[in-house]
Design a protein around this ligand. Structure first.
Ligand code: ZN
Length: 57
């Protein structure tokens, strides 16, 4: 069973549960892709530019 805590990008997911996190940029939109550490499901979340910079560093 997969948890869907980051379905719409509005809820605040716990990024700690995300593994293999990758920050990507497209058309000046930033987003994070990764795998849920709990269920292994794909996770996707839109990020602010600031959040993206934090996660990259
Ligand atoms: Zn999960």
């Amino acid at each position: 069973m997969k948890c869907r805590e980051i379905k719409d990008g509005k809820s605040k997911p716990t990024m700690q549960t995300m593994k293999d996190l990758k920050v990507e940029e497209k058309n000046n939109r930033y987003f994070a892709k990764g795998q849920c550490a709990k269920c292994g499901g794909n996770m996707f979340k839109f990020l602010s530019k600031d959040d993206a910079a934090k996660l990259k560093s």
